[in-house]
Ligand binder design. Structure first.
Ligand SMILES: Nc1ncnc2c1ncn2[C@@H]1O[C@H](COP(=O)(O)OP(=O)(O)OP(=O)(O)O)[C@@H](O)[C@H]1O
Length: 365
């Protein structure tokens, strides 16, 4: 494939952003870039500093240090601190408040400058794109939560912001509405070509919406990459566990191999005697029947099978979760299987591991 001659353009560039409250750093040396038309999801648990990062980029919170540039123009560094309205950023928060006394059209037109005709064209165009044509004369209280949310999106996008900052914008919506609105929102954001930074604590939302995920923990970005890479090549056990439950099999590395109930695993890079953790998601455990104690015939890719006894099986709709106590050491492992598979507690079954889906990390102490 031909290589691009220049790097893709960067719309939002954040460098070494830091902010402490009461002496403890809440945002610690955060750097990231977002290109026009790209959605980066800032993902992390509650309290990890996502909103504070977003607020500094918006210009409503001052960093202690660091630099923010939009289209190459520095909007924050040292004593330079441009207010939100001078940064060309659009904002959308969870508790987006539409102005109750203004109509839908007036809400969308609120941040627009210029001739009336032009403003009305932009308002009509946006209302059409959020599927609310004809809603212009209504007032916010006459709209459902989902409709109000779409008006808020139209309002934030109306002045054509270069950067769109969204903080948990979908969390006030009920589940059934959410997926549809996420998809519509994504489509419009892409058409508008803004660089989007979206804060969320929900991995599913980040996987669905993001071109890139920046995984944040305790004030720092611990991993950045495409959703595929962040999910399939986590930097550590906690990064893996943020996206799903995980099983952890512990062992000791010797000669770059670690012996487990499932056979030997390659553990290169771990010194002799080092404790390692083999991490595997529940959907990558394979289940087979006991066949009178003889067990399955694993392929070389499966490695060895290990026997366990069902402790609990739960039906979750799309999948079932089956929890096992392993024969050898009584350790617990959980497998998820598609559809309904609900073996009785006490049933003996064999488990195998999808070795290509394992992550090996140094053990945490
Ligand atoms: N103005 C403030 N003064 C003191 N502490 C603050 C202030 N703003 C935020 N914090 C603290 O900083 C930490 C990070 O807050 P922040 O809102 O950035 O986290 P978050 O990752 O967005 O979490 P959530 O998803 O719960 O909103 C929290 O412990 C919060 O209590």
């Amino acid at each position: 494939m031909p290589q691009p001659l220049t790097d893709p353009p960067v719309r939002l560039k954040v460098e070494h952003l830091t902010r402490a409250f009461g002496g403890s750093p809440v945002v610690n040396d955060v750097s990231l870039e977002v290109a026009p038309g790209q959605v980066t999801c800032l993902l992390g648990p509650s309290g990890c500093g996502k909103s504070t990062t977003l607020r500094m980029i918006a210009g409503v919170e001052r960093p202690d240090s660091g630099r923010i540039a939009i289209d190459g123009r520095i909007v924050c560094e040292g004593s330079l601190f441009l207010p939100p309205e001078a940064r060309s950023v659009g904002l959308m928060f969870q508790d987006f408040a539409l102005f109750p006394h203004l109509t839908v059209a007036q809400n969308v037109a609120f941040g627009l400058r210029g001739p009336r005709e032009e403003k009305m064209r932009r308002v009509d165009d946006l209302l059409e794109r959020v599927n609310l044509s004809g809603y212009g004369p209504k007032h916010p209280h006459q709209l459902s939560g989902g409709e109000q949310q779409r008006v808020a999106l139209a309002r934030a996008l109306a002045p054509r912001p270069r950067v769109m900052l969204m903080d948990e914008p979908f969390s006030g919506l009920d589940n059934r509405l959410r997926d549809g609105i996420r998809d519509t929102t994504l489509e419009i954001l892409k058409e508008e070509g803004a660089a989007v930074l979206l804060v969320t604590h929900e991995p599913d939302e980040a996987l669905r919406m993001g071109d890139e995920i920046a995984l944040m923990r305790a004030g720092r970005i611990v991993q950045r990459g495409s959703p595929y890479n962040v999910y399939n090549a986590p930097v550590d056990r906690a990064a893996a566990a943020f996206f799903s439950d995980v099983n952890v099999i512990r062992g000791v590395s010797r000669g770059a191999l670690t012996d487990t109930p499932f056979g030997e695993f390659l553990t290169p890079g771990h010194p002799d005697g080092a404790e390692v953790e083999i991490v595997i998601r529940p959907q990558h455990l394979k289940i087979d029947f006991d066949r009178g104690g003889r067990g399955p015939n694993p392929t070389p890719a499966d490695g060895a099978a290990a026997r366990g006894t069902v402790v609990r099986a739960r039906f979750l709709g799309r999948e079932s979760l089956v929890e096992f106590a392993m024969d050898g050491d009584g350790s617990r492992l959980t497998a998820s299987v598609p559809n309904v598979f609900l073996p009785r507690p006490g049933t003996a079954l064999w488990l195998m591991i999808r070795r290509d889906r394992c992550f090996v990390f140094a053990a945490r102490h």
